[in-house]
Design a protein around this ligand. Structure first.
Ligand code: FAD
Ligand code: 2HG
Ligand code: ZN
Length: 473
């Protein structure tokens, strides 16, 4: 060990002692067995190391942790439920970054039904927030398959989308205020529930979608909605992806304020669910190339009439409207199990892209053509949020492809998809963020001025680069 390494080692040890004093035994995890699930992202694609995971119980403790790490020049990795898709919550392999997990900050601070708002700790699990709102007769619309384990701080940090964006917008549209610890340890208190505020820059927006690179979010003020009442759910079987897009357009005209979710599932995604997830079954006699899952808040008769009156130009092969809560859950289980079914199938390459809604059909046709031409044998697994133009165009490589070729072939697939998407005015990351897995892609496909401005913001807030180093930029 040379002298410089020796002093870095001593600094880290001194820091660890300070951190232990700040969080106490309940907020300290260095046991390898307990650390393990926090060192890798949920699909096992990226694995890191850390000397410790600290779990602050308050904003003040979080601020003290950041101050101590800033003084020692040690990197911090904020972690929520660790359900993210881009490995942004995992430390790097050096074993020198401190993991700050927010799970102990899980209090609902206030629910104000009259103000249609609530204020929560960042470590609250999304499902608990939905329930706390429902307990007061209000609705918090953010919903995704990981809602039983992802945290609101992680949702805000990734600007999560999910299934209700069509009606209520992304997380960004649901955030009224943010409290965050800045990289120098000061607390930014933007925790207002105001709908209007033009007093200078809207700084809370910086933290939404920043993936832990500008600060640790400790509290969030959220927008609530009236309870939308009973929801009708249908599963449609369709011949083409264009039929799904047209059906959405027609149903939006007929039921303008009532469509809550409109999700598209390709045959290959549905087949994986039926193969890997016990107890799932299709409620149709015949399978189809495309399925659409619709949630509406219109009365049942109005919904079935609207479905029955879909124009004949839409190749609707079959349709089932759920008649009970159980049937509704069974239909949604098909949709919510896709990521898990893909994980069980084996490593797929995720592409979380968006194109204008009207371009979905041509994007899918062109992607298939180009993949067949350039990377034959790839098996696309496609599903997504049609109403947002957001498709999960995941690709599974041929099983017999030698290991040595898989990286190169996977990169070729990604180049084909991202090239096509950017050519159509789309994005390479619609709702999952960048983390580490999409950093190169952002560099390659991002706008030069946009990236430069992002770096300027990062340097201004985090000149020493200690906040989630190596992520996003
Ligand atoms: P983590 O994974 O812990 O962290 C994600 C990023 O946020 C990291 O960069 C981390 O450093 C940062 N971060 C976490 N907490 C904080 C904090 N308090 N302050 C600052 N930075 C923080 N995503 C969608 O958008 N739509 C979907 O439909 C969707 N469906 C999913 C389905 C499944 C089955 C799974 C496993 C994931 C899904 N995701 C989806 C991805 C994931 O759930 C979301 O990205 C979610 O918002 C991440 O929350 P988390 O608490 O798990 O964050
Ligand atoms: C979803 O829509 C998520 O279910 C996950 O965004 C997408 O696993 C994926 O690729
Ligand atoms: Zn999604």
């Amino acid at each position: 060990m040379n002298v410089a390494q020796g002093s870095a080692h001593t600094n880290l040890n001194v820091l660890l002692e300070t951190l232990r004093e700040i969080v106490g035994p309940r907020g300290w995890v260095d046991d390898p067995g307990r650390l393990e699930p926090h060192l890798t992202e949920w699909r096992g694609r990226v694995r890191g190391q850390t000397p410790v995971m600290v779990l602050p119980a308050t904003t003040a403790e979080t601020a003290s942790i950041v101050q101590a790490c800033a003084a020692a020049g040690v990197g911090i990795v904020p972690q929520g439920g660790n359900t993210g898709m881009c490995a942004g919550a995992v430390p790097d392999a050096t074993g020198t970054q401190v993991l700050v997990n927010m799970a102990r900050m899980n209090s609902i601070r206030a629910v104000d039904p009259q103000d249609f708002s609530m204020v929560v700790d960042a470590g609250c699990v999304l499902a608990d927030i939905q329930q706390a709102a429902a307990d007061q007769g209000r609705f918090f619309p953010l919903s995704l398959a990981a809602e039983g384990s992802c945290q609101i701080g992680g949702n805000v940090a990734t600007n999560a989308g999910g299934i209700n964006v069509l009606r209520y917008g992304t997380t960004r549209d649901l955030v009224l205020g943010v409290e965050a610890v800045l990289p120098d340890g000061r607390v930014f208190n933007g925790l207002r529930t105001l709908r209007k505020n033009t007093a200078g820059y809207d700084l809370k927006q910086l933290f939404i979608g920043s993936e832990g690179t500008l600060g640790i979010i400790t509290g969030v003020a959220l927008k609530l909605y009236p309870d939308p009442g009973p929801v009708q759910t249908a599963l449609l079987a369709l011949a083409g992806s264009g039929d799904a897009v047209t059906a959405l357009s027609v149903l939006r005209e007929r039921l303008p304020d009532d469509i809550q979710a409109f999700e598209m599932i390709g045959r290959s995604a549905m087949d994986l669910v039926l193969r890997h997830i016990p107890g799932t079954r299709l409620p149709f006699e015949e399978s189809a190339d495309w399925y659409v899952l619709v949630d509406v808040t219109a009365p049942a008769s109005q919904f079935t009439d609207a479905l029955a009156q879909l124009p004949p130009a839409i190749a609707l092969l079959d349709a089932v409207v759920a008649k009970s809560d159980g049937e509704r859950k069974d239909i949604w289980r098909l949709r919510h199990s896709i990521s898990e079914a893909e994980r069980r199938e084996g490593a797929g390459i995720k592409h979380d892209v968006a194109v204008p809604i009207g371009a979905i059909e041509s994007f899918l046709a062109e992607a298939e053509l180009r993949l067949t031409e350039h990377v034959p044998g790839v098996h696309p697994v496609v599903f997504g949020h049609v109403g947002d133009g957001n498709l999960h165009y995941n690709a599974h490589l041929r099983g017999d492809l030698p290991d040595a070729d898989r990286g190169r072939v996977g990169d070729e697939v990604t180049r084909v998809i991202y090239g096509l998407v950017t050519g159509m005015g789309g994005t390479i990351s619609a709702e999952h963020g960048i983390g580490v897995l999409k950093k190169e892609a952002l560099e390659r496909y991002g706008d030069v001025v946009e990236l430069d401005t992002m770096r300027t913001v990062k340097r201004a807030l985090d000149p020493a680069g200690i906040m989630n180093p190596g992520k996003v930029l």
